[in-house]
Design a protein around this ligand. Structure first.
Ligand code: IPE
Ligand code: IPE
Ligand code: MG
Length: 248
């Protein structure tokens, strides 16, 4: 089975993660290597989103979180930021039927209020439409930063404490988790980063505490179904211990 790496029947996987999170990186370098503008890399990356969405459904991964735009990405040239926002808009128009047909619910996490009004409206509409009947969930992290998310949670908890609604002594890990953007979503078991960088770049610091990390040199525009299945396969080889001594 191992030699058919990436082409395996996903039904052969003993252990499919319920939630996979991905740092989609390397669009710019993909374009640069081809002498193309960075935006072309982002466009091709959008095709990978579609491919990975399908692959995730095929493998029965219930939640897929994609890091699409970070709080730090706002410092990029205006043209690129606008291009990315445009692509997001196009993505929603183009993939709306895909999402509905495949029963995929769209959710978002991040500073949604910072996105262009037009994008916000489209997101709200699509989230509402896809929430009616769904089996899978796609979460887009947009203008997302994990430190900000945690700071906001701290603020909400502090407010409740100040209002006398919450005893500070009663604050636990669960309290913090309950005040993050999507408290009902289980933590990712697998985090994939493309393009070889060995860092988290402010992505899901709390939620990834015990996730398995998988980094591939493949640039995001080249990351498709086969590469996704390879990552799932690698996940299956890991012995997760959670601080204990039990081996798999
Ligand atoms: C990831 O690709 C997409 C976003 C961050 C929006 P990059 O644009 O970061 O590509 P590189 O890292 O410059 O190659
Ligand atoms: C992380 O990629 C953010 C997204 C994929 C949206 P970056 O390219 O922005 O991260 P750094 O700059 O390499 O840390
Ligand atoms: Mg990058």
């Amino acid at each position: 089975m191992n030699e058919v790496s990436g082409k395996l029947e996903t039904s052969q996987l003993a252990n499919v993660p319920e939630h996979v999170a991905i740092i989609m990186d390397g669009n710019g370098r993909w374009a640069k290597e081809r002498g193309l503008p960075r935006l072309k890399g982002h466009e091709e990356g959008a095709q990978s989103v579609r491919a990975v969405l399908r692959a995730a459904k095929k493998a029965q991964v219930n939640y897929l979180t994609l890091y699409a735009f970070s709080t730090e990405n706002w410092v990029r040239p205006e043209e690129e930021v606008q291009g990315l926002m445009n692509l997001l808009s196009i993505f929603m128009d183009r993939y709306k039927n895909d999402l509905l047909k495949n029963k995929i619910r769209l959710r978002v996490m991040g500073q949604i209020e910072r996105l262009p009004q037009k994008v916000q409206k489209k997101l709200a509409k699509l989230m509402e439409e896809t929430a009616r009947d769904y089996e899978y969930t796609l979460i887009l992290a947009l203008s997302y930063g994990s430190r900000l998310e945690i700071a906001e949670a701290a603020k909400a908890i502090a407010r409740k404490a100040a209002a006398g609604e919450l005893d500070p002594e009663a604050v636990t890990e669960e309290t913090v988790a309950q005040h993050l953007y999507l408290p009902d979503v289980p933590d990712p078991e697998l985090m994939i980063r493309t393009s070889g960088e060995l860092r988290l770049s402010n992505f899901l610091l709390w939620q990834l505490s015990y996730a398995e990390l998988y980094v591939t040199d493949t640039y995001w525009p080249d990351f498709r179904e086969e590469q996704f299945f390879q990552a799932l396969e690698a996940f299956n080889q890991r012995g997760r211990r959670y601080g204990g001594v039990k081996n798999k």
